[in-house]
Structure formats: C-alpha cells, structure tokens
Design a protein around this ligand. Structure first.
Ligand SMILES: CCCCCCCCCCCCCCCC(=O)SCCNC(=O)CCNC(=O)[C@H](O)C(C)(C)COP(=O)(O)OP(=O)(O)OC[C@H]1O[C@@H](n2cnc3c(N)ncnc32)[C@H](O)[C@@H]1OP(=O)(O)O
Length: 170
C-alpha cells in the first residue's frame, strides 16, 4: 500500500505548473481536508483562479459543533488546507507555522460557502497568506491568515515511523 516515500514522491510531482482554472490535486488520498479516500474528511475540491485558489464547500453532520453549525476546528481545518493548495502555485512544500481564524458568523451545515485564498507576501522561507469564506450573498463568515514556512522533504519523513495507519483502511 502507500508508504510515506510513495506519497512524498507523488506529492512532489504535483508541484509542476497548473494552468489557470485547473483542478488542483489533493495533498494525498487520505488528507483530512482534501483526501478523497478519507471517510472522515472534508473532501475539499480546489481550483486555481489566477494567483488565488478557490473552492465551494459544504460542511456536513460529521463536522457539527453546535447543532446545525460547523465546528470551529472543522472550519479552521478547511481554511488551513486551502492554504496548502497555494503551495502548488509557489512550486515548493511548506507547512503551517501559525494560523489565525476570525469567525464572523456561524458556518451552517448543508450550506454552500465560497472560499478564496491568496499569498499576501513571501519573504525567504516565509509565506504570509490570507483566506476568506463567504456565503452565497457575499457576506464574510470567516477570515483566516497564516504563516507558512517552506520545508524540505526531510520534514515529512519525520512521520515515516507512524505511517502504517495510512496504509490501512480508515
Ligand atoms: C506522509 C508523506 C508526506 C507527503 C506530503 C504530505 C503533504 C502534506 C500536506 C501539506 C500541505 C499543507 C496542508 C495544510 C497545512 C498543514 O496542516 S501543515 C501541518 C501543521 N504544521 C506543522 O506540523 C508544522 C510544525 N512545525 C514545525 O515543524 C517547525 O516549527 C517548522 C514550521 C518547520 C519551522 O521550524 P524552523 O525551521 O525551526 O523555523 P523557525 O526557526 O522557528 O522559524 C523560521 C523563521 O520564521 C520566523 N517565524 C516563526 N514563527 C513566526 C511567526 N509566528 N511570525 C513571524 N515569523 C515567525 C522565525 O523568526 C524565523 O525567521 P528568520 O530568523 O529565518 O528570519
């Protein structure tokens, strides 16, 4: 099944240029936010839109916090992962060093929201990024900012000794 090395090889291959409008590939098949094979996941689908990344997303009962409302951690997960798609535009892996989420309105289950993320600036290894989540009327329901730091492959190999769960059905 899928080893850390196999995932890493596949993932790094995804950093080739993606055309404007292209569907961007999931980070890997079991990624909590975007992996299509993770039954607990959000199955986030993201496209490139110019120098931004864009998604339309619906939270469901698996992500419930208060009844009918998405858990704040679930919202943060999706926003953090959306930032991870900006990395395909930079051509280099990076990880979240700091994430801040402002929750302006409850995110309702079963309702479509539009998400957009962009790189605000890059300084050496540092990528400063921002994202917005809006309802269908254009109202801002959440705003996130984050610092990502570029890392090399060795960073991801730190998980190699814990990789067997990736190879088993979840
Ligand atoms: C299984 C196989 C894998 C295959 C592929 C899988 C793909 C996987 C998907 C990935 C796609 C993303 C998906 C979603 C995003 C995640 O979920 S990422 C996961 C969550 N994040 C993590 O686990 C990261 C954990 N943290 C770390 O490992 C380390 O802290 C880091 C991030 C590598 C940084 O460590 P470091 O290199 O020692 O950096 P450090 O010296 O602390 O800071 C570097 C610079 O940043 C500055 N800095 C640090 N913090 C701040 C701050 N808050 N504000 C301003 N400046 C700061 C420092 O001052 C320093 O500045 P300079 O002195 O260089 O000017």
């Amino acid at each position: 099944m899928t080893s850390v090395e196999e995932i890493l090889a596949t993932w790094l291959d995804k950093f080739k240029p993606h055309e404007d409008g292209a569907l961007l590939p999931p980070h890997h098949d079991h990624c909590l936010a975007c992996g299509p094979d993770n039954p607990h996941g959000h199955h986030l689908v993201v496209h490139r839109r110019g120098e931004e990344v864009h998604a339309v997303h619906v939270f469901d009962q698996r992500h419930v916090g208060a009844p009918g409302i998405a858990h704040g951690g679930a919202v943060a997960t999706v926003l953090d992962d959306l930032f991870g798609f900006l990395l395909y535009l930079t051509g280099a892996p990076a990880v979240t060093r700091q994430l801040e989420v402002r929750y302006d309105s409850p995110v309702l289950l079963g309702v479509a929201y539009e998400l957009v993320a962009k790189i605000v600036r890059a300084e050496g290894r540092k990528l400063f990024v921002e994202a917005e989540m809006r309802d269908t009327s254009g109202g801002l329901v959440a705003f996130a900012s984050a610092l990502f730091l570029r890392v090399d492959e060795a960073h991801f190999r730190q998980g190699a000794s814990n990789s067997p769960p990736l190879a088993r059905p979840i």
